[in-house]
Design a protein around this ligand. Structure first.
Ligand SMILES: [Zn+2]
Length: 59
């Protein structure tokens, strides 16, 4: 069964994997996880690791 999500632009219920909203035409209306979120999360995780490393490494 296809998972449904509200369109981010207009609120129309669309399939999560839909490429475009049938109502307003927005690209990837169901979103999922955008690459920007993934990159931001990765950067924050990396920063935490670097911070922890320097806290341990600094005498
Ligand atoms: Zn829409």
């Amino acid at each position: 069964m296809e998972k449904m999500r509200p369109c981010k632009a207009c609120g129309e219920t669309v399939a999560k994997r839909a490429e475009t909203c049938p109502k307003c035409g927005r690209q990837r209306p169901g979103g999922g996880v955008s690459s920007a979120v993934v990159i931001t999360t990765a950067l924050i995780g990396f920063a935490i690791v670097v911070y922890a490393f320097f806290r341990v490494a600094t005498f």
